[in-house]
Design a binder for this molecule. Structure first.
Ligand code: C5P
Length: 665
């Protein structure tokens, strides 16, 4: 996950490859609660690991359910419908799928078994309505106190042991604001249906029916078979009780799939398609019907059990006019696809957008306008006309995962895009951007590069790594390539003056970077690579022109979305001469000798500073005077003498220069 203030996307162009979807949020949180309430042990496979499931898991643990992660699943030993902990405070973040059903379940359990529970969340959670649910529960005999603004969390639910609930009459709930209220009742009332049928009546037109189908489907898995009469009357049969089905497999998230369906429709051109694993046409999730809408706009979609494959069909896309009441979450993706349509699209039936993680109609309108679209915003609809001139834009995400994910698809308009607060995707899809960059491609010339060159021990490696991390960019430590070449040559007993064989080794380096570790021909050489002797050998090998030539293409291949920070000696002068920011780092030889000395001491290696300084100066001399790619500042390079700067100060200096070169308002 990118935990950085903002993530810049270069203009993206194509997409292909495979993506494995994370588990569905809606299914995960329902399954967790049901497993927590049921008798027996449930093994949950493919659970989504995200902010929203974490708060549910914390709540269940607090309430006394036993959770045991195993290698392949999470094992949950449920409460069997009997409260184990009678007083608790539960913090539920911004997870509506935790707040509503937990509030209902604890309200009916406390009313009959006795207990006192406080449920709260982040400030936005306290602006998301829950009044209709409370209004349905109070007439039953549940005690629910508003701890803040009436009708909104935080709440306190409480009751005495032996209390009775008035379940003889149908329980009425509104269905036109959020289907989560009905879901909450459907999940809670089987806890009190031992002696008689419990009937729920929906008032008003029920929205998001597919989510109710998920709920009913999962209740059935846990042994509760609700009888449905249209979409207005639901009967929980007398004697219903939750029992674990043993193993439950969570489907991939169909709403998350929408971003990759859209990606394929927008950018999977003539080559390979975008292949999505985790949901298929037979999904129980309503948002799978987004696929039909995407097809209507021009996507070429195939699907099978647990997979979907998408390519561009018609291009530009056809505009769409759709009542999206059945796919409210995925419909956000349509609003962004509308940027690439031949005309104006209209998405209606989306009043529920106003009460989601943020007011999504207002947010969507504001952000789509930034890239150049013309947007008309209504109470329950949005109209989007594609941009005539695309603009670089800094996209606000409103702590709304879907805003971040959808809007990232606006990077195919030929302009760079900044996504503010990208870690908000952690709500449902922590690795969304990694997945996106695994599939989406950019024209290399459009991928931003920062080069950081400088002499040995100037601290460029540390600086480059820190800058790359802050920007979420790839890091190229080009010195490591020369060092690896030197190691490989030594293993093959190639003399340092055998240019032909050295170049052959360099061009066939079996080198793999895995996080901080580096593997050469399958062996972990991370530590060997950093040895002084390896550095000295690298310095010799690197003066062979054929070696430099052989490593050139490999270095260029690191230039991938979202961007690159490359450090070395000739990154700015030879390899990436078009980099928009080139930094030339220096520090006095004495200072560098001391730094190297400290580094070595840290690793338990003793060395004399005078020797180190002599070695550094010799290496500087060799790097500076070699005929190919001699070490010197690139044209237009920013000089940075970091002798007296801390690492953080150097990083801030570089980020400051970078920011000046960014096109975002
Ligand atoms: O930066 P590092 O000390 O890891 O580099 C090892 C050697 O590789 C350097 O002394 C230098 O001679 C060579 N090198 C190079 N060009 C680069 C990076 C490193 O010639 N871009």
């Amino acid at each position: 996950m990118y935990s950085i203030p903002h993530l810049d996307l270069p203009p993206l162009r194509g997409a292909s490859g495979r993506v494995q979807l994370p588990g569905s949020k809606s299914i995960s949180n329902r399954v967790l609660l049901l497993a927590g309430l049921a008798s027996g042990t449930t093994r949950v496979h493919g659970l989504l690991a995200s902010d929203d499931t974490r708060v549910m898991l914390d709540a269940l643990r607090t309430l006394g359910a036993r959770l045991q992660p195993t290698e392949r699943a999470l094992e949950i030993s449920g409460l069997g419908g009997t409260l184990a902990v009678h007083e608790a405070r539960l913090f539920l973040g911004n997870a509506g799928t935790a707040m509503r059903p937990l509030a209902a379940a604890l309200a009916v359990l406390a009313a009959t078994q006795g207990g006192r529970y406080e449920l709260s969340g982040v400030p936005r959670m306290h602006e998301r309505p829950i009044g209709d649910l409370v209004d349905a529960l109070r007439p039953l005999g549940c005690t629910i106190e508003d701890l803040g603004v009436p009708g909104y969390p935080p709440l306190r639910v409480s009751g005495q042991p032996g209390g009775q609930l008035a379940t003889a009459q149908p329980i009425r709930v509104r269905g036109d604001v959020s289907s989560q209220f009905l879901t909450a009742l459907l999940m809670a009332l089987p806890l009190v249906s031992a002696d008689r049928d419990v009937v729920i009546e929906v008032q008003g037109e029920l929205i998001s029916k597919p989510y109710i189908e998920i709920t009913l489907n999962l209740l059935a898995r846990f042994g509760v078979h609700v009888v449905r009469d249209g979409w207005s009357r639901f009967t929980i049969p007398r004697g219903s009780a939750y029992a674990s089905p043993g193993d439950v497999h969570v489907e991939g998230d169909a709403s998350s799939a929408s971003y990759f369906v859209a990606l394929g429709a927008i950018a999977a051109g003539a080559g390979a398609p975008v292949h999505i694993d985790g949901v298929g046409g037979d999904s129980i999730q309503g948002d799978i019907r987004f696929v039909d809408a995407a097809r209507q706009m021009g996507a070429a979609v195939k699907s099978g059990p647990n997979w979907i494959e998408v390519r561009r069909g018609r291009w530009p896309l056809d505009p769409i006019s759709i009542d999206a009441v059945h796919i409210p979450d995925a419909a956000m993706t349509l609003a962004v696809m509308a940027l690439y349509a031949r005309g104006t699209s209209r998405i209606s039936g989306i009043a529920s957008w106003r009460v989601k993680e943020t007011d999504r109609i207002a947010a969507m309108a504001a952000e789509l306008r930034k890239v150049g679209a013309s947007v008309v915003e209504g109470d329950d609809y949005i109209e989007v006309a594609p941009p005539t001139h695309w603009q670089p834009a800094a996209i606000e995400t409103y702590d709304d995962h879907r805003m971040a994910m959808c809007l990232s698809l606006a990077a195919f308009g030929g302009q760079p895009l900044r996504i503010l607060d990208p870690q908000c995707v952690g709500k449902t899809f922590p690795d969304y951007f990694e997945a996106l960059f695994g599939l989406a491609t950019a024209d290399p010339a459009a991928v931003p590069v920062i080069t950081i060159d400088g002499p040995t021990a100037s601290g460029k490696g540390t600086l480059a790594a820190a800058v790359a991390k802050r920007l979420g960019y790839t890091l190229l430590d080009s010195g490591a390539l020369y060092r690896a070449t030197a190691l490989a040559a030594r293993r093959d007993d190639i003399p340092t003056d055998d240019a032909v064989r050295l170049a052959a080794v360099a061009s066939m380096l079996e080198l793999r970077f895995d996080g901080e570790r580096v593997f050469l021909r399958g062996d972990d050489v991370t530590d060997e690579l950093r040895l002084e002797t390896t550095g000295a050998l690298a310095s010799q090998v690197s003066s062979v022109p054929a070696v430099r030539e052989a490593l050139h293409a490999l270095q260029l291949s690191f230039r991938r979305a979202p961007g690159l920070v490359a450090d070395g000696r000739d990154m700015g002068t030879v390899v990436f001469p078009d980099a928009p920011l080139k930094v030339f780092l220096t520090a006095g030889a004495a200072e560098r000798a001391e730094r190297r000395h400290r580094q070595l001491l840290d690793r338990g290696i003793d060395a004399r500073i005078v020797d180190l300084r002599a070695e550094i100066e010799a290496r500087d001399e060799r790097d500076r005077t070699r005929p190919v790619a001699p070490l010197r500042p690139a044209e237009g390079a920013q000089l940075l003498d970091n002798s007296l700067l801390s690492i953080d100060e150097s990083v801030d200096r570089v980020l400051g220069w970078w920011e000046q070169r960014r096109p975002f308002p």
